[in-house]
Ligand binder design. Structure first.
Ligand SMILES: [Zn+2]
Length: 152
């Protein structure tokens, strides 16, 4: 039998009140002790409370390590793009800048997709995450080396 969202919320509220009946737990907003809470609202600050399941040690550091070089490239591309507004373009097109612009734009899009699908990344084994992160770092270092050494 399916439950409606309202029935689900009532169940969660009951579990929250039951959990806090004999425990000293501070309100996440005002730090008021929620022991003997009778509803899902903090009596001190009035914020609505809920009960959630969370991971003890989610590997968000791995996600940050994956996204860092992509954000760096996108940031440099944005910087060059803004600088281009104030500085006249060179007579001869510099393909190193264009490489960074194109890769920065593509990586900004990839960051948006990865951010939306982060659970897919976090579900992978540690080996897969490390390999993928190493690949992304290697590609970004290569982009900058090639752009700086051969294209600027
Ligand atoms: Zn509170």
């Amino acid at each position: 039998m399916a439950t409606t969202p309202d029935e689900h919320e009532v169940g969660i509220d009951d579990l929250l009140v039951e959990m806090l009946r004999r425990r000293d737990v501070p309100c996440p907003v005002c730090r008021y002790n929620l022991r003997n809470l009778t509803s899902s609202v903090c009596p001190e600050c009035g914020h609505r409370l809920t009960l959630r399941v969370g991971s003890v040690d989610p590997p968000f550091g791995a996600l940050l390590l994956l996204l860092t070089p992509m954000l760096m490239t996108a940031g440099v591309a944005l910087f060059f793009g803004v600088a281009r507004i104030f500085v006249a373009p060179p007579v001869v097109p510099l393909w190193g800048f264009q490489l960074i612009w194109v890769s920065g734009f593509l990586e900004a899009l990839a960051v948006l997709v990865i951010n939306r699908k982060q659970a897919t990344f976090l579900r992978r084994s540690k080996l897969v995450r490390v390999l993928l992160t190493g690949f992304v770092w290697a590609v970004n270092v290569a982009i900058f080396v090639v752009a700086i050494v051969y294209g600027l």
